[in-house]
Design a protein around this ligand. Structure first.
Ligand code: PDD
Length: 289
């Protein structure tokens, strides 16, 4: 693999791009990130990701290194330089480098990196089989609405879960589901209502989550935003996760208890199809200026 990556205003071969050992992203996980999908040569849900990037930076007191026009141009340029028509664009902004100190000065220059990952987003095998989730106690910090690179707990727990034969974990706090390791979690009740946790600092405000809620309402489905327990999730007729990388992916079991009849549910499939069709029609073409 020999990608062209972006680093602080330069386009470099992936082995040439180097970040300092004093970077606060490396030393303190003092960095935020975004992941935007590309399908059919189009950026998916780009405005939502760009807006959340700004919110994360503001919450962390990190200045935005480029303006909105340049940010979009960089996404398109990166995809073009790497001939990316399907896959992901990863973007990370750390506070920058300084000698190790818990206290950061006001005038730091952020470290801004971007790279592509080519992959078959639309060929997701789990859309047919669904995912098996394992519940684990919520163990992340309390500001989960900020998309920081502090992903260690999620990474350790997801790895453990996969070694035990699960696909992913479902975080549970005070008896209520928060989200999966890197996706929002939703259920469909027996009366066909889509239920997803309401927004707060307990979970990431997923861009795909917001899009799916809009599409569900437009399609005439009932949708509710509220907390729910693991027991309610296990008794649901369907469950699914949403993220930029997995779109809408069915969940067929939790702690080895089947959800509904243990197969991919019809409302989940309907929302996945609605999302793909809508985004193929309205994604932001990379080829345009
Ligand atoms: N993760 N919750 C968490 C904890 C996440 O990390 C993500 C996305 C989501 C879904 O958000 P969105 O729909 O905006 O992608 C929810 C990305 C894909 C990742 O870490 O790779």
């Amino acid at each position: 693999m020999d990608r062209i990556v972006y680093l602080n205003g330069e386009w470099l071969g992936e082995t040439e791009a180097k970040v300092s050992v004093f970077d606060r992203g490396f030393l303190f996980a003092d960095a935020i990130y975004e992941v935007t999908a590309v399908i059919d040569g189009k950026l998916i849900d780009y405005p939502g990701h760009a807006a959340r990037l700004k919110r994360s930076l503001d919450a962390m007191d990190i200045p935005m290194p480029v303006d909105e026009t340049e940010l979009l141009a960089l996404h398109k340029d990166l995809a073009k330089r790497n001939s990316l028509t399907e896959g992901l664009i990863y973007l990370q902004i750390s506070r920058g480098s300084q000698d190790r100190d818990f206290v950061y000065p006001k005038d730091m220059r952020p470290t801004f990196t971007m790279f592509t990952q080519a992959k078959s987003v639309l060929g997701n095998a789990k859309w047919k089989t669904g995912l098996s989730l394992q519940t684990v106690p919520e163990g992340r910090w309390s500001q989960r609405q900020i998309k920081t690179v502090q992903l260690l707990y999620s990474s350790l727990k997801k790895t453990e879960a996969q070694r035990e034969g699960f696909d992913d974990v479902l975080f549970v706090e005070d008896g209520s589901v928060t989200e999966a390791s890197s996706a929002n979690f939703h259920i469909v009740t027996k009366d066909g209502t889509v239920v997803t946790r309401d927004l707060s600092n307990a979970l990431l405000h997923g861009i795909t989550r917001g899009s799916i809620l809009d599409l569900a309402k437009t399609a005439g489905l009932k949708a509710e935003e509220r907390s729910f327990s693991v027991d309610e999730a296990m008794a649901a007729s369907e469950a699914f996760i949403t993220s930029a990388t997995s779109f809408v992916t069915p969940v067929v079991s939790i702690d080895r208890t089947p959800i509904g009849n243990g197969a991919v549910g019809p409302i989940t499939r309907q929302l996945l199809d609605l999302y793909i069709n809508d985004r193929l029609a309205h994604g932001m073409p990379i080829a345009s200026a």
